[in-house]
Design a protein around this ligand. Sequence first.
Ligand code: NAD
Length: 500
Amino acid sequence: MQGTKQEVRNLIAGRWEGANGHATEAVYDPATGEVIAETPLSTREDLDRAVKAAGAAFGPWAATPVTERARILFRFKMLLEENFGELRDLVTLENGKDAKDAGGEVRRGIEVVEFACGMPSLMMGESQRDVARGIDNVSYRYPLGVVAAITPFNFPCMVPLWTLPVAIAAGNAYILKPSERTPLSAVRLGELLLEAGLPEGVFSIVNGGREAVDAICEHPGIKAVSFVGSQPVAKHVYELGSAHGKRVQALAGAKNSMIVMPDAVLEQAVPNIVSSAYGNAGERCLAGSVLVAVGGVADEVVEKIGEAASAMKVGPGYEEGSELTPVIRDSHREKVRGYIDLGEEEGATVVLDGRQPPREEGFFVGPTILDNVKGEMRVAREEIFGPVLSVVRVASLDEAIEFTNASPFGNACSIYTENGAAVRHWRERVEAGMLGVNVGVAAPMAFFPFNGIKDSFYGDLHATGKDGVRFFTENKVEVTRWLSEPGPTPDVQRPTETGA
Ligand code: NAD
């Protein structure tokens, strides 16, 4: 793994372009701190060229029958399977997560491609005959045009695959702006799409950071923007893109509660909670980051989580058996450590302290538990995005729900219990869009929407599922009536044998 320096290129009009004198940003192997690549920071001019090429590709692609478009996605799916191991290892290299998590993300991404292969049915309109006497009403779905996606570092393969298969199968031309911190998986996806036979310009990659993002939001040639990333940037993209007349979906940050009821089956709940809080170094938008212990269960659950977390094997994702992998950058490690300091200052008890780096090289933070956290503390409310679990102790389920609902975020919430009535009570009241019952990472399958609410999502239509199809298409609704009676069969010219 180490020592391989990758080239990061843009893909514009079907041609790969190197950095060409652009400013670049270093890409690190988070497990060693070694620079493994340089991301070109594209300019407005680069984006403009990509939009023009995508615009030229859009017409012929939209006119390609949906069955043919789907066939290219079938080939893409086969190529993803054939290159599964390479994609998984690229994710581990640039993001740091372990092979199991990296493989899981590639698999989840492939599932969206499988879903999008059904576009001939998914894109069907609706029809109703005789809405009035002799009048029929039909709707057709059309692609939007040139669309763009801006993606985060924490799922460099899966998040682009949340939208690109759906957008492309629906007939759009799609421009991807991957995270400048993890650009390698996207380049490989681009190579495989071309190998699958996708026409030039239907898929483009414009690498970069802020300038490229703002250029996407403002470009008049782009019809829709799908964003996934942190809450402040999601809000910025939603506002800027909408102000420029675009359809925008912006999936944002999170602070997810895991409510543990007194009757929870701790033997199975504890490993599940540990995996949710510390898996992928806590860098998941579905990570459980606050454990809300109800009633007398708190002491036992904190003790068991502490035992399991301190036994985790810390190491690079590409080393067999590593369970706690690095965070993305040194600066992010400092931020996470800063939150542990803050929690202590705010009065939390540091039961397990990961501030001392558990390994000398790389960007590691040890597993951390902050106990006796109160609702008003910042560590209870703000997204830390590291291996830090805050524990809030409450007396009742209603108090647990009240704590959860006080969060501005509404991505996910889990409950651990065997009591169906408690689950129902919670589901009807909790303000979160993805719910897990004895499941710590409540990730919906590709055919359901990825469904954050409140400040975890800006927009109307979510990514994936039927929402994704609606987001990347628009309707024409036609009302038809025929004014004359059918006369005698018209004299249709039959083709001659020569076809002339
Ligand atoms: P980020 O917001 O820093 O970056 C996301 C994208 O925005 C990147 O492509 C980046 O280049 C761009 N960007 C960053 N700063 C910008 C700025 N000031 N102006 C314009 N563009 C900017 O997010 P990240 O750190 O890469 O990803 C982690 C965040 O993403 C977490 O908050 C996590 O919860 C969230 N996330 C949410 C979901 C979800 O489904 N809700 C999924 C994955 C990640």
